[in-house]
Design a protein around this ligand. Structure first.
Ligand code: N2P
Length: 610
């Protein structure tokens, strides 16, 4: 045959491959970059992989992911193989219906499945756990197994089965000696596929994972919220290698004429080798005897050593998950059965949670630091009179973070967030009450307005503003500001202050019309499994040096007066962190508005969906 030489075709192919693989190459490359930032190359290092090896959270989540993927694969094969074989010899008339039913889970949007499963477990009162993750993964993986097995069955030479039966083989023997060996390639491919799909799933897992079942994708995502670091690249590189190895090995197994047993053995072996560094130090260290504290907390609310020190001092383990919105916290709390021991709701959310009976009373006798260290001005607030269910932790304000190098006019009023010329340079919190708060304050009303016409006015304002808004973001708004992608952001003071420390072009302002003052509190859910340890943890968090270290690192203020002497000077004298009385006079705390919230909710949905 004559060879065709087409430089254009060659170029097209090259482009396709570049498109597919250059991003991956960049990722791998930057996992060896000495610089913390993704933007420049500062030389080769393997430090991020070494950090990874000691990062217990990352290793724990990797172990979780591998176990989930392992059991999912095993269960999917056990159910999927017979189902695939059965369906391939299916009853003709209802065959198409079954076919559709098998296909459907592949076509239904992932988010729909996620919500459906979460709702199902909620209704059936099944506690979210490792098991629910595996069950759900099996549910959406089965289709792949069945489809692959079925199409392989279609290529089975029927005369082989007939011959075996002629030779008096029983049904069992036919299955194990004729059908199963024929299926080996399909079994291996589907095992691999299910393994990888399960390993990589984020959306569904985030809905059905219980506390302590953080898988690697969930872990990576929560780390990304605090900025992409080379450590994340390093873990992605490892994941990439694992995937690659698995693919190569499958090819290898399929090419040789290995039998099912050998293939499965090989599969287990790979898994054992990959995961050995994970379980083997764990088995010897005896960590499993330690009690675990399950913590659900706002992102950016802890210093790097906060939990490590607690773990050492109290011989406990802390498992924690992060959230960026009250809604995320309330959704978990309201569903119940969360398994968390300590949560950190804001003022009005404490009130909501108390009213629904979701919180356990706080035993002050177990918190000697409560009386001793806390600042009385944050105690006995209307959301929890007498602090029967809550202990104040961090407080702060919501305000405008801005770039002094891009904004030439004075920043003093909320109105600046409505200026046409800053279109696409404005980022707002992804938070209903904070957005309505801004609009209500700007219009001269209380941010706790229950007046329908006032709320409607605020809604109008937010609708007018929306075309100017680049994004609604509650997790890393400070980075968007630092990168210059936004010049004006509605944000919480601590995260902005922390950025301002390294970037003198970042400013923070409490607008003259007034703003939100928030108090976020430690609470113990009514069904917390480790209440004793929860009290110990809260008391530890109230210690002056623990609290001060948190302030110095996060940029947020604590409701702890005993911590004051240990707080860094640049923070103590910072008005953005400790507003003066004139600023504070203009502030309001968000309240639980009961029924009226439904109206806010409806309007917010309308605003966001337009
Ligand atoms: C920290 C968010 C501050 C919460 N990421 C405001 N209540």
């Amino acid at each position: 045959m004559k060879k065709i030489h087409h430089p254009q075709l060659f170029l097209a192919t090259l482009t396709v491959f570049a498109f597919l693989y250059v991003p991956l190459l960049v990722l791998v490359l930057f996992s060896f970059n000495r610089s913390r930032l993704m933007v420049d190359w500062e030389g080769f290092t393997t430090i991020w992989f070494r950090i990874l090896r000691t990062d217990t959270r990352m290793l724990d989540s990797l172990a979780n992911s591998l176990w989930v993927a392992f059991w999912t694969t095993l269960a999917s094969l056990m159910i999927g193989i017979p189902a695939g074989v059965g369906l391939s010899r299916g009853i003709k008339r209802i065959g198409t219906l079954f076919e559709l039913l098998v296909l459907l889970p592949l076509l239904v949007p992932e988010i729909v499945l996620a919500v459906a499963f979460a709702a199902f477990y909620g209704l059936a009162r099944i506690r979210l756990s490792f098991l629910t993750v595996v069950m759900t993964h099996v549910a959406f993986s089965l289709s792949y197994v069945i489809l692959l097995i079925r199409s392989r069955m279609a290529r089975l030479d029927k005369s082989l089965v007939e011959a075996a039966m002629d030779l008096q083989a029983s049904g069992r023997t036919v299955f194990f000696r004729v059908i199963l060996p024929h299926l080996v390639p399909a079994i291996i491919s589907s095992a691999l596929m299910v393994f990888i799909i399960s390993l990589d799933d984020y959306v569904i897992t985030s809905f059905v994972a219980g506390v302590g079942n953080t898988t690697l994708p969930l872990q990576i995502y929560s780390m990304v919220k605090e900025g992409i670091t080379p450590e994340i690249n390093a873990v992605c590189t490892v994941l990439l290698m694992v995937t690659l190895m698995a693919v190569l090995l499958t090819h290898f197994f399929q090419a040789s004429t290995l039998r099912l047993r050998k293939a499965l053995l090989g599969f287990c072996l790979i898994l054992a080798v990959i995961s050995s560094p994970l379980w083997w130090p764990r088995l010897s260290s005896g960590q499993e005897h330690r009690q675990t504290l399950n913590l659900f907390i706002w992102s950016a609310y802890l210093a790097p050593d906060t939990l490590k020190v607690f773990e050492q001092r109290f011989n406990a383990r802390v498992q924690f998950d992060l959230y960026d919105s009250i809604e995320a916290l309330l959704a978990k709390l309201l569903a119940g059965n969360t398994g968390y021991d300590v949560v950190v709701p804001s003022d009005y959310a404490v009130h909501i949670a108390i009213n629904r009976g979701l919180l356990s009373p706080i035993d002050k006798n177990k918190l000697p630091n409560f009386e001793q260290n806390l600042d009385p001005q944050f105690l006995n607030k209307s959301f929890d009179p007498g602090n029967r269910h809550s202990v104040p932790y961090i407080w702060g304000t919501t305000g405008i973070g801005y770039r002094k190098d891009f904004i030439q006019e004075p920043v003093g009023s909320w109105r600046i967030l409505w200026k046409e010329k800053y279109k696409n340079k404005i980022v707002m919190l992804d938070d209903m009450r904070e957005n309505f708060g801004v609009a209500l304050k700007m219009a001269g009303f209380s941010l706790n307005s229950r007046d329908v016409s006032e709320i409607q006015k605020a809604k109008k304002l937010l609708e007018q503003q929306k075309p100017l808004v680049r994004a609604y973001n509650s997790s890393n708004f400070q980075e968007i500001l630092a990168s210059g992608d936004a010049w004006l952001i509605l944000g919480w003071n601590g995260q902005i202050l922390k950025m301002a420390r390294d970037n003198p072009n970042i400013g923070y302002c409490i607008p003259q019309e007034g703003t939100t003052l928030f108090i976020d509190n430690f609470c113990i859910p009514a069904d917390a499994p480790h209440k004793e340890l929860a009290h110990q943890f809260i008391n530890y968090m109230l210690e002056p040096d623990t609290a001060a270290a948190i302030v110095n690192y996060t940029g947020y203020a604590v409701a702890n007066r005993a911590a004051a002497p240990y707080i860094a000077k640049w923070l103590i004298n910072n008005r953005a962190l400790f507003p003066d009385s004139r600023d504070l006079e203009k502030c309001e705390t968000i309240e639980d508005l009961g029924e009226v919230l439904l109206l806010y909710d409806r309007y917010w949905t309308e605003i966001k969906s337009k």
